[in-house]
Design a protein around this ligand. Structure first.
Ligand code: IPD
Ligand code: CA
Ligand code: CA
Ligand code: CA
Length: 280
């Protein structure tokens, strides 16, 4: 495949940061870990990786801004372009010695994602996509799955922890999807979940309230692999909001339908509960 110069820059940054992550993964017991919030950890592996990505990208485009998970927003002189970076997606996996984590880098131009790179350094898998250019893993073209039937379909998701996010709503969705499909996987790194949809490994994926750095690169991978990407109600996807449902045309539609059923059942249960409470 012919890659643009910018995609090469993104690839190099992701691979260099990925090598740093693999070194730290080998000595995970020596890392300093701090807790940002409930079940939300950061280690010096995250910050080292972020530093590498920041240096590599700002050396090549000194005027462009950043939105990075650990450093936050850094404004650039160029108002059109911004890098969106998760230096270690899957920190919990990483800290538990599970080799399912990634470096995720997206390029936003005038608010739209135009390129994305997701690199899993432990498995040496590099997923890349550019607007209009298709999606690839290790230079091989990838496409979303061709399955159309729910009983054969495998979905990825991510679950909010108890006390964080809409835990109760997720349990309704989980029940609805698991009872109609071949299964659900919760792999712990949203950028890789999306890359797996792009590669046709997962037939679809949904998750609520992700951050821009979790979904920006993965969403262009899915679209360039021929997939549909929307919010969880089938409306316009916004990487800044981070609610996402995706898959091939048929299974995306079916997934949005199941999530809608879950939402209605939850509302009915809440009404029944309110009625019982009122009668008591
Ligand atoms: C997390 C992962 C996980 C998702 C969480 C994210 P982090 O990112 O992508 O799969 O369920 O919502 O916060 O913190 O490991 O970069
Ligand atoms: Ca995090
Ligand atoms: Ca993340
Ligand atoms: Ca992260």
């Amino acid at each position: 495949m012919a890659r643009s110069a910018l995609l090469n820059v993104m690839t190099q940054a992701a691979m260099k940061a990925g090598r740093s992550l693999v070194r730290d993964f080998g000595e995970v017991q020596n890392l300093q870990v701090s807790v940002k919030g409930p079940a939300d950890f950061v280690s010096n592996a995250d910050t080292r990786s972020e530093e590498i990505v920041f240096k590599e990208l700002s050396r090549v485009r000194p005027d462009w801004g950043f939105l990075m998970e650990e450093r936050g927003a850094i404004e650039g002189r160029d108002p059109q372009h911004r890098w969106i970076v998760d230096p270690l997606d899957g920190t919990t996996n990483f800290l538990h010695g599970i080799p399912n984590f990634a470096v995720s880098i997206a390029l936003e131009r005038d608010g739209q994602i135009v390129a994305g790179v997701v690199f899993n350094p432990a498995q040496d898998e590099l997923f890349v996509a550019e607007k209009g250019g298709g999606a690839f893993v290790n230079d091989r073209r990838i496409r979303v799955s061709a399955r159309t039937r729910l009983p054969e379909a495998l979905f990825g998701t991510g679950a909010p922890f108890l006390g964080r996010g809409d835990h109760a709503g997720f349990l309704y969705e989980f029940r609805e999807v698991i009872s109609e499909t071949a299964g659900i996987r919760r792999m712990g790194a949203a950028s890789l979940d999306l890359a797996y949809v792009a590669a046709g490994r997962f037939d679809g994926f949904w998750e609520k309230a992700l951050k821009p750095w979790d979904v920006a690169a993965g969403s262009i991978l899915v679209r360039e692999a021929g997939g549909f990407v929307t919010d969880m109600a089938g409306g316009k996807f916004d990487h800044v909001v981070g609610d996402i449902a995706c898959g091939n045309e048929q299974l995306h539609k079916a997934l949005v339908g199941l999530i809608g059923d879950a939402t209605r059942k939850r509302a009915a249960a809440a009404r029944a509960g309110a009625g019982t409470a009122a009668a008591a």
